[in-house]
Design a protein around this ligand. Structure first.
Ligand SMILES: *[C@@H]1O[C@H](CO)[C@@H](O)[C@H](O)[C@H]1NC(C)=O
Length: 234
């Protein structure tokens, strides 16, 4: 705009002098009229200066435009990445929601001894802490797999009185898996633990049993407990 304006001004100045004055401009030098050539030179200098400034501005502008383009590209990249993360997060959420959840933990819930009995009995841990999925039945003491998968089971049992033997046995269906035991002559409050990772089919059962002649002790302090959970389905 400035350049155009300056050009117009120069044009009108030249036109003005061109129309009203004779070409003998030198003759006017002593009059009150301003020196036209000085004016023209000034305007030309100004134009050169403006031209330089305009060049600089245009170059800067081009650089800025380039930078903006780069930023836009970068931004698009970040947006794409963000969208990919969002999709992944949604997948994780869906997977987690669909993942079957099985976990139980229970204590014997008695004060005193279970046993001794003449026959093997299933221990009924009926002081339930957790029973997600309700696969553990505290009335029968039997865990029944509703999902084919890999499970973790563990127990701790307590025994008291030196005249009694204490021990527990983890069964999968009719198969003894792991056991603990102490034959008499033990001090008050002895503990024993064991655990197993088991692969179960739907309908397989897992339980804790007390063998004939053995006792297990419990108190409101929850000394004898049985827990299990699904590690992952198969
Ligand atoms: C034993 O279990 C009961 C019932 O869940 C609970 O209220 C109590 O605090 C537990 N006792 C100990 C010592 O953990």
């Amino acid at each position: 705009m400035k350049v155009v304006f300056t050009l117009l001004l120069l044009h009108s100045v030249l036109l003005h002098y061109g129309q009203t004055e004779e070409p003998d401009l030198m003759a006017k030098e002593n009059s009150n009229q301003p020196n036209i050539w000085t004016e023209v030179r000034n305007i030309r200098d100004m134009m050169v200066e403006l031209r330089v400034k305009l060049d600089i501005m245009m170059k800067e502008n081009a650089k800025l435009a380039e930078h903006i383009l780069e930023l836009k590209k970068e931004n698009a990249g970040i947006n794409d990445q963000l969208k990919a993360y969002e999709t992944q997060l949604e997948e994780f959420k869906r997977d987690n929601a669909e993942k079957p959840k099985v976990a139980f933990s229970a204590d014997l819930g008695i004060r005193g001894d279970v046993g001794p009995h003449n026959t093997e009995i299933t221990l009924k841990f009926n002081n339930i802490f957790t029973n997600i999925g309700n696969n553990y039945n505290p009335t029968t003491g039997i865990f029944t797999a509703s999902i084919k998968g890999v499970y973790y089971f563990r127990f701790t049992v307590c025994g008291v009185q030196s005249a009694k033997s204490m021990g527990g046995f983890l069964y999968k269906n009719d198969m003894k898996i792991v056991s603990v035991g102490q034959w008499r002559n033990h001090d008050q409050h002895r503990y024993a633990s064991n655990a197993a990772v088991l692969q179960l089919e739907v309908g397989d059962v897992v339980s804790m049993k007390l063998l004939p002649g053995y006792t297990i002790y419990d108190s409101p302090d929850n000394l004898s407990s049985f827990s299990g959970f699904l590690i992952h389905p198969l």
